[in-house]
Design a protein around this ligand. Structure first.
Ligand code: WTA
Length: 646
């Protein structure tokens, strides 16, 4: 029997959900026909110190300017914390589940308020002012949320760097946005292993004199180096200051955060999100996509180092007064039942994770899942990469016992929040499809020449008009913003993703069409990995492509040409792997390195990646046109050595 390919909305879900099918259609129609009216109304879901009179002022043409609610003033920290004190001060805001299953904590909104205020006062005491940049390099501990909210409170722009990035990557991100303060921990703890965060910060700061203070959270109590005058213990400083702090009045378009992300060229760029529109969009999508109701226990397994952690662990849920679970650990520690045990322990109702985790746990069979109850679960979510139908069906049937709708949410660091997704009470699901656009989102599929494709079709995914959560610029480089997103298809936001639209209008994201690869849901630019490789003294040239990988979605395949006279030894292969881990971080570890005496190039010297992708994927018959190659023999050599590897 073949697997079902359509999961209709069930009556009970439709009856209890915020939005059913009729309401989705009506709201969607209003949102695209009358964005001013629609967002003018929904913008009121957050508190404004002074209300906006202008709603939308956006253009994807020329200089590209995106402004929402521009004359309103507010503060994100006020909205995520203070405004809940009167009604839910004693409700848990954050459930923290430690790496060690014996450790967990509940933080109420009132406690959150005090923590955020104290840290805000510490930032001020360290001289941080509105508009200053603060880098956060923390593990998944509540202090990460406090740090984000404290920055928002004083009007500082935070830039979180994922703990899996190396000192060099951290250095690049600190220098690019000229941070003056770094918040870190002595060590992180993941899967029982320690991560030397403070030591990494020390290394990064050797070359970054602009950073004058480092605030250090004591997480493990491990030995660390200390620089008097620069380094300060979090627990000591927060004890010295007042427990209250008045939030800064921020304009809707004042920056909230920078988050570095990989593109097809150059170094990672600082995606800039602002205050009002971002928060409205994060909160609204959190409510409708996850059908969040008061009292629900909500768990997103992402790390705050990625955009998913920003919008759907911290800002969206807390703006809605939710209870959000923060997990320090990993899915398979101490056992592969950990996710399901945490769900039972904290009675999680809404669970949001990534396909790579689902695939890894699926490999362990049903046993580790079935020995837990999971009776509290009502809704499941997926994000980060396309979810293959097998994993979707396993997630639905085994994890959700066939009872929970799955929201496959497509979005990007740049989009700030979810753009294409089922709404559980309104949109039936097809395994592998992100289904239909959220309110205000107008997708368009175009061919490589930019011709608009109608009906059932396949092509490049663009969005034709602005939504409030959209990034506003690349920090410090607006020209790069215009070039990257609005020049390929003039007047449209180009996502970099390919997609198919079926006869029901459902969208199926097929993956990146540019030189970005998605490894276990982590976004990496092939150019970054190539420049790390060629920085090695023995490497002459390198080309990196993604290839299909059972667990990770995509793996990293590197073709390396050595300098004349260098021996392609197994030892050197290992050394290069270690080298890339050091240059970028463990998430960029190459899966396969193939020695390439030459790379396939056009006569003008351009590397033909299309061919390298096919060779990496073992699709040798489908190499396509190789007639424009300067030296066709190069390809034969690469194919035969690829085939020898199996
Ligand atoms: C991919 C993560 C298919 C896509 C929120 C996008 C997805 C990139 C999905 C952004 C999904 C994310 N289905 N593909 N549900 N979600 N992607 O910036 O290629 O880390 O462009 O944001 O991930 O990755 P980013």
């Amino acid at each position: 029997m073949s697997s079902p390919t359509f999961f209709p909305v069930t009556e009970d879900v439709a009856a209890s959900a915020w939005v059913d099918e009729a309401k989705y259609k009506a709201m969607y129609e209003q949102s695209v026909k009358d964005p001013e009216g629609f967002w003018g109304e929904h913008g009121k879901r957050i508190d404004w110190f002074s209300p906006y009179t202008k709603v939308k002022n956006t253009s994807f043409e020329g200089d590209v300017s995106i402004r929402w609610f521009e004359d309103g003033t507010t503060n994100v920290s006020h909205n995520c914390v203070d405004r809940h004190l009167a009604t839910r001060g004693d409700q848990t805001a954050i459930i923290w589940e430690g790496d060690n299953p014996a450790e967990s904590a509940h933080i109420t909104y009132r406690e959150l308020h005090e923590k955020v205020c104290r840290l805000a006062n510490v930032l001020k005491a360290q001289g941080v002012k509105k508009g200053d940049r603060v880098t956060i390099y923390l593990p998944m501990i509540p202090e990460a949320a406090y740090a984000m909210l404290a920055c928002a409170r004083v009007g500082a722009i935070h830039s979180i760097v994922f703990g899996g990035f190396s000192p060099d990557s951290l250095y690049d991100r600190i220098v690019d946005c000229e941070s003056k303060l770094v918040i870190t921990a002595d060590e992180g703890l993941r899967g029982g292993r320690k991560v030397p965060l403070k030591a990494n910060v020390d290394k990064a700061l050797e070359k970054a004199p602009g950073v004058t203070s480092v605030i250090v959270v004591k997480r493990t109590g491990g030995d660390i180096a200390w620089k008097e005058g620069r380094d300060h213990w979090y627990h000591e400083e927060t004890a010295k200051v007042a427990a209250d702090n008045a939030p800064e009045v921020m304009g809707a378009e004042d920056p909230l955060f920078i988050l570095y992300t990989s593109g097809s060229t150059g170094k990672p760029k600082g995606v800039l999100h602002t205050t009002g529109g971002y928060l409205v969009y994060a909160a609204m999508t959190h409510q409708y996509v996850f059908d969040y109701h008061d009292g629900d226990i909500y768990w997103c397994t992402a790390d705050v180092g990625w955009v998913t952690g920003h919008s759907y662990i911290v800002y969206g849920p807390l703006a809605n007064g939710a209870t959000t679970l923060m997990f320090e650990g990993i899915p398979n520690y101490p056992s592969v039942s950990r996710f399901w045990e945490v769900i039972d322990k904290h009675k999680v109702n809404i669970f949001y994770t990534a396909p790579t985790a689902i695939r890894a746990l699926m490999r362990e069979g049903e046993g580790p899942v079935k020995k837990t109850s999971r009776a509290s679960l009502r809704l499941l979510g997926s994000v980060g990469e396309p979810i293959n139908p097998e994993a979707w069906l396993w997630y639905h049937g085994v994890v959700g016992d066939g009872r929970c709708p799955i929201v496959d949410t497509w979005w990007q660091t740049e989009t700030g929040g979810i753009l294409i997704t089922p709404l559980p009470g309104a949109i039936g699901q097809k395994p592998g499809s992100a289904t239909l656009p959220f309110f205000g989102v107008q997708p368009q599929v175009v061919d490589n020449e930019g011709t608009i494709l109608e009906g059932a079709t396949e092509g490049n995914l663009c969005i034709v008009d602005s939504w409030p959560g959209q990034m506003r610029t690349v920090f410090g480089d607006h020209e790069r913003f215009i070039q990257t997103y609005f020049s390929t298809f003039k007047g449209k936001y180009f996502t970099g993703d390919g997609c198919r639209r079926d006869e029901d209008g459902y969208y199926w994201i097929t993956g990146r069409v540019d030189d970005v690869i998605n490894v276990s849901g982590h976004r990496l630019g092939t150019a970054e990995i190539e420049s790390a490789l060629v920085a090695h003294p023995k490497v002459a040239e390198a080309a990196v492509v993604g290839y299909p990988h059972d667990l990770k979605g995509q793996g990293i395949y590197a073709y390396v040409t050595l300098n004349a006279g260098e021996d392609p030894t197994e030892e050197l292969r290992k050394e290069l792997v270690t080298w890339v881990r050091k240059e970028i971080g463990p998430i960029a570890t190459p899966d396969l390195i193939q020695w390439a005496p030459g790379l396939p190039k056009t006569r003008s010297g351009k590397i033909m990646r299309r061919i390298l992708r096919k060779i990496a994927a073992n699709e040798h018959e489908a190499l396509g046109d190789t007639s424009t190659l300067a030296d066709p023999n190069v390809v034969h050599d690469l194919v035969s050595s690829r085939m020898n590897r199996g």
